[in-house]
Design a protein around this ligand. Structure first.
Ligand code: DX5
Ligand code: ZN
Length: 224
């Protein structure tokens, strides 16, 4: 399966957000990634359901909603109603992760679980087959434009092995500091989805930047 590219709106120009989303619609991107931050789980605050709802009205591609918030179980249904297609919660924010994953799936959304850079892949050993997507954070969540942390690559490989051994269908997403300089390594390790904020929206030609991320590895199927 060809990997997916999910531009992260966080790096877009918010004075012309409709144009930025239109660019994504017209591009080879697969999903639109939306970063919800609460100023508690992470030090930054971004936006909530209203922005997801607006993006849903403008965007023709699935919305990949990354909740960097405490107690995400309080808002799962609201984000689904706003239009989220994938809802990702943080492992570190969920003492009852299995329950939250079931809650997300019950809304009809795909359930994602994100791991901070210091959280080992093994923490998902007993829940992996229930998860549709694992988001491997390659920066400490909270801000766009940070440097890619390379311990992400072996972690992706360990997750890929776990997914293969369990015969699970879970996709692996890499999020943070992703660009042409590291995307190939992430894909070789087993990543299925590349989230890219700055490397897309801060590029001179954002649509071309998406094409280049999408083109890595050509059209040849990757073997697990
Ligand atoms: C970081 C967010 C990322 C961020 C990626 O907390 O989860 O999705 O937008 O942006 P870049 O690609 O600029 O690191
Ligand atoms: Zn994100």
């Amino acid at each position: 399966m060809k990997h997916k590219v999910a531009p992260s709106l966080l790096a877009a120009d918010f004075t012309k957000v409709a144009d930025e989303i239109q660019m994504v619609n017209d591009s080879t991107a697969d999903w639109l990634h939306l970063d919800v931050m609460d100023g508690r789980f992470v030090p930054n605050i971004t936006f909530g359901m209203l922005m997801v709802d607006a993006a849903k009205k403008l965007c023709t591609k699935p919305l990949d909603v990354h909740l960097m918030i405490v107690e995400p179980e309080k808002y799962v249904e609201a984000f689904r109603e706003a239009g989220a297609d994938v809802i990702t919660v943080h492992y570190e924010a969920c003492p009852h992760l299995h329950r939250v994953v079931q809650q997300i799936k019950a809304t009809g959304a795909k359930a994602g679980v994100a791991l901070n850079p210091h959280t080992p892949a093994a923490m998902l050993e007993d829940v992996i087959e229930h998860i549709d997507l694992v988001c491997v954070m390659s920066v400490n969540p909270g801000f766009g434009g940070q440097k890619f942390i390379y311990n992400t690559i072996p972690k992706v490989r360990r997750l890929k092995d776990l997914i293969t051994v369990r015969n699970a269908q879970t996709l692996i997403e890499v999020d943070g500091g992703v660009g042409l300089q590291n995307a190939e390594k992430a894909l070789q390790a087993g990543a299925d989805v590349l989230v890219a904020g700055s490397s897309v929206f801060k590029a001179e030609d954002p649509s071309g930047a998406i094409d280049r991320l999408k083109d890595i590895g050509g059209e040849i199927a990757r073997f697990a």
